[in-house]
Design a protein around this ligand. Structure first.
Ligand code: FES
Length: 111
């Protein structure tokens, strides 16, 4: 795993998200109430809705297209629907406030 800086914590509002691209994959970084970050692929497994535009409630996001509920901790779609969204490890660097995304070796940062 390597650590990639993808922005600054101040750029993400609570219960909102910011989109970054890593190796052509669009990733939505959400800030939960209380400030914790979660990162998931910005693609609903139902019909490719942009999860970054969904409503965040606690540690779930509701897809803006058909309201599927997705757990931001593990990417699992909640019943009665099913599926899974890819998740990424993300943290805030204490000293700088930078958002660090942990990606597989060999990946590179796009924007
Ligand atoms: S595209 Fe997300 S619920 Fe349909």
């Amino acid at each position: 795993m390597k650590r990639v800086v993808v922005g600054h914590s101040s750029e993400v509002t609570e219960r909102r998200s910011r989109i970054v691209h890593v190796d052509g994959v669009e990733i939505a970084i959400f800030k939960l109430t209380g400030g914790k970050l979660r990162a998931i692929e910005n693609l609903c497994p139902h019909k490719n809705g942009k999860l970054s535009e969904g409503i965040v409630c606690d540690h779930h996001v509701f897809c803006p297209l058909h309201d599927w509920k997705i757990n931001l901790n593990d990417g699992l779609v909640q019943e009665p629907d099913e599926g899974c969204v890819r998740t990424y490890s993300v943290e805030v660097e204490e000293a700088t406030g930078n958002i660090i995304l942990l990606v597989e070796q060999g990946s590179s940062l796009a924007s």
